[in-house]
Every structure is written in C-alpha cells, then in structure tokens.
Design a binder for this molecule. Structure first.
Ligand code: UT7
Length: 318
C-alpha cells in the first residue's frame, strides 16, 4: 500500500503585515525585500492565537476536503518548532481540539523541513497498515521568535499552518521520502533560548547567517531532489509540479533550474506569506490542489531545507 494525500487545508492568520508596513518600523524597503526574497507580505497571529489553533483550522479544512471526520483519524503528526508550550506536544493539543480520541499524536521538530519529516513518519504508518487516516500538519507562529528590530531576519518569516490527510491506496500516493540532517551546521540557523529553573535563558530570537543558509540550501535541495528522482527512475522532465519550501524565490528558482523545470511547473506562494517554516510546503501544495493545477496521476515533488541543518524531499504520484 501507498499513503495517498486525500485532502489538503491551510490557515493564515487574519493580520497581514506588508513590506510597506515594515518600512514604517525599521530601515528596510519593499524593493530590497522583494528583490532579495520575492516576499511582499506575511501573516501574523493574533495575541490570543496559538500554534495549535492555527493547526486546528488547517486540519479541519484538510479533513473536510478528504471527506473524513475526527472519528476516522487514528494518527496525528505535527511539525513545528514554535509550540505554544513546552508540553504537552502540539499534536496532543490538536488531537483534543479536533475531538479525536484514538491513535498516537506527537510532534516532530525539523524546523523548515518539519513537514517533510512529519510526512515521512506518517507515510511509514499508513503504508504499513498501522494507521488508516493520518493528519499531518505543519504549523508555526514564527512571529514570536523574531527580533523585530533585526532587519536581516524579521522581514523573512510569517505565521501559518498547512495540513494533509493521508490514507492508504494501492497505486497512488507517496513513492518515496528522503530525509537528511547535518548537525555540524547547527550554528548557521538557530534560536538558542532554553528553560532552566523556570526561567528562559540565552537569546531566544532566531539567528541566521543568511548567506551560509542560502549556499547550503541550494546544494542540499538539488541533491535531495536528484536522489528522489533517481530512486524512482525519473528525470526532472517527468515532474509535473515542484512544490518547494517557500523561503526565498531565488532558492526556488535555482533549484528548479538545476532540475530543468520551467517556472510554469513550480508552485510559489512565498510572495503572499513569506517563510512559514514547517507550514510552507503544505501551504503551497494546498493552493495548487484547490485551484486544480495538481491532477490525479501527476508526479509531484516536495522539498524543504531548514535549521539543523535538515533537508528532505518526497516524490508523489498524485
Ligand atoms: O528555511 C531556510 C530559511 N532561510 C533562508 O532561506 C534564507 C537564505 N538566505 C537568504 O535568503 C539571503 O541570504 C537573505 C535574503 C537573508 C539576505 O540576502 P543577501 O543577498 O544574502 O544579503 P546580505 O545578508 O549579504 O546583506 C546585503 C546587504 C547588507 O548591507 P551591507 O553590509 O552590504 O551594507 C545588509 O545589511 O543588505 C543589508 N540588508 C538589508 N537591507 C535592507 C540585510 N537585510 C536588509 C533588509 N533591508 N531587510
């Protein structure tokens, strides 16, 4: 059996922060942000909105699209690096909010690659018959991890959630998943805060060496995409849709070019919500599913790279 995505859903918080809005606060410009990243706007969660709230909205839409209810769900895997509390896991909080009462519910943290990691884990459960209806969610409230006076990072990220439902299918679904990590690269993208004795210590804001991450991302993404293609005896020309991590349009374009994919076959949403970390791939995927671009039988390639460093890809027959 394969694990097939039978429904997708997303949620973006109501408040939109445009590049022009940020221009009013710090020394930056729409021209700089757009030319370097392709981002025009990002969404910011309301004060009382939590990571599991965002996840709940996205998961409910994905379940509706799949024609499933909470009673059907027997596995929840949430990808996040911005949980609202230390524990219980966001997955457990989401399980309660959805009214799901059976199966496992847990989180994976692979930062921006989180959705690929969560999808790969859930794939193993569904393809092996251990789960019949899995909800996989990427959900982040990155705005609370940002130093809003640091123009090198605060313009890049946003909040959001994306979810998919995975169910068994004999033919269609995930063909292969490919995950990697290189902990030696931990320093180039990190948030160092930790709790000790009831207190938050160290620097709890996101810190990034943008150029190093950029260089790493372009190489890692090409390599993992080629690995996914080779595993399935496919070439770039066989891919109908590349659904990349929505971090930076220049990284997306470079990866597509290396795979020989024209821009028409690349799904991009980064302009509208910036880098939403683990939510990024399911946000882009949902947009192309709902507007009818992605059709049954097509080859869809998902990829992401993030803190760790971590990176991954998944190749699907839709
Ligand atoms: O999931 C993975 C997450 N991370 C990423 O994907 C990020 C990967 N990296 C990048 O996308 C790029 O490195 C950035 C977009 C972050 C930065 O672009 P860059 O072309 O690498 O710029 P830079 O950091 O080398 O900075 C160039 C200049 C600097 O000025 P000086 O020193 O040359 O005078 C910065 O101070 O741009 C300046 N700068 C800004 N100017 C206006 C940096 N941030 C801003 C800003 N507005 N927001």
């Amino acid at each position: 059996m394969r694990a097939r995505i039978t429904g997708t859903g997303t949620y973006l918080p109501q408040q939109v922060l445009t590049n022009e809005d940020i221009e009013q606060r710090i020394d930056t410009s729409d021209a700089w942000i757009f030319s370097r990243t392709g981002i025009r706007a990002r969404h910011v969660a309301a004060k009382d909105e939590t990571t599991s709230d965002l996840a709940e909205h996205a998961a409910r839409k994905a379940l509706e699209a799949a024609g499933r209810s909470a009673d059907d769900v027997d596995l929840i895997v949430v990808a996040t690096c911005t949980p609202e509390i230390i524990f219980p896991a966001c997955g457990a909080l989401l399980q309660c909010k959805l009214g799901v009462t059976r199966g496992a519910a847990f989180d994976v943290n692979a930062v921006c690659s989180g959705f690929l990691y969560a999808l790969a884990v859930a794939d193993k459960f569904v393809a092996s018959g251990q789960a019949k209806c899995a909800v996989v969610v990427g959900t982040e409230v990155f705005s609370r991890l940002l130093d809003w006076s640091d123009r090198r990072t605060c313009v890049l990220f946003g909040d959001g959630a994306g979810a998919v439902v995975l169910e068994p299918h004999a033919e269609h679904g995930i063909l292969s998943t490919h995950l990697h990590a290189d902990g030696r690269q931990a320093d180039i993208l990190r948030a160092d805060g930790y709790v000790n004795d009831g207190q938050l210590h160290d620097h709890a804001f996101l810190h990034m060496d943008g150029r190093a991450v950029f260089r790493f991302a372009v190489t890692a993404l090409e390599s993992v995409c080629q690995e996914a293609l080779a595993t399935n005896n496919l070439h770039g020309s066989d891919i109908d849709w590349l659904v990349p991590h929505q971090a930076n349009i220049r990284i997306i374009t470079a990866t597509a070019q290396k795979l020989g994919l024209p821009p028409e076959r690349v799904v991009t949403t980064v302009e509208h919500h910036g880098n939403t970390s683990a939510a990024s791939v399911p946000l882009a995927l949902d947009s192309a599913v709902r507007d009818g671009r992605i059709q049954a039988g097509q080859h869809v390639l998902l990829e992401a790279v993030g803190g760790g460093m971590t990176w991954g890809a998944a190749l699907l027959r839709w």
